[in-house]
Design a protein around this ligand. Sequence first.
Ligand code: FE
Length: 196
Amino acid sequence: MTTNLPRLRAFVSDIATLLDATAEEASILEAGKTLLADLVAHDDWLPDAFAQPNPERYSQHLLHCDSRQRFSIVSFVWGPGQSTPVHDHTVWGLVGVLRGAEISQAFQQDGERLEPHGPPHRLEPGQVEAVSPTIGDIHQVSNAFDDRVSISIHVYGANIGAVRRATYDAAGRPKPFISGYSNTVLPNLWDASKSL
Ligand code: FE
């Protein structure tokens, strides 16, 4: 199967156009949700190199970072049973499931403590959810499956791998965290010679 990179290239362009048009978070999340839902409704574009699980821990592959670091696009690959620590983002983010399914548990600060906010919910392929300091920024995400890989595509309002943020321990204490990325090379979106 050929990899439909023009689909990802068009998504990059659409997000940049959206951010040129508005800086208002609610508008970005609303329009961005529609764009990401359309991207993850099609599973023909993610190169295999960015869909490989690591048996040790979940992977976060940078697919694209805006030249002004206004946004980044990341593929999260969950091996069977893998999950993130409880963490925040500090910027807006959109999460869309491409393959498998994920369980997301939101948390909120209650004084010194961190409490689950609502029940865990399951995200199926094609579904998109949003996070941000305004609408709820702390969560834990897990692969819904213990026998197969799940993959979600995330868009954030910054170069997320370089953002100073936090993970939280069982007592709700924040620990400084800069996630980085799992990959050292990016997909080449820009050779349009075969897809003009
Ligand atoms: Fe997250």
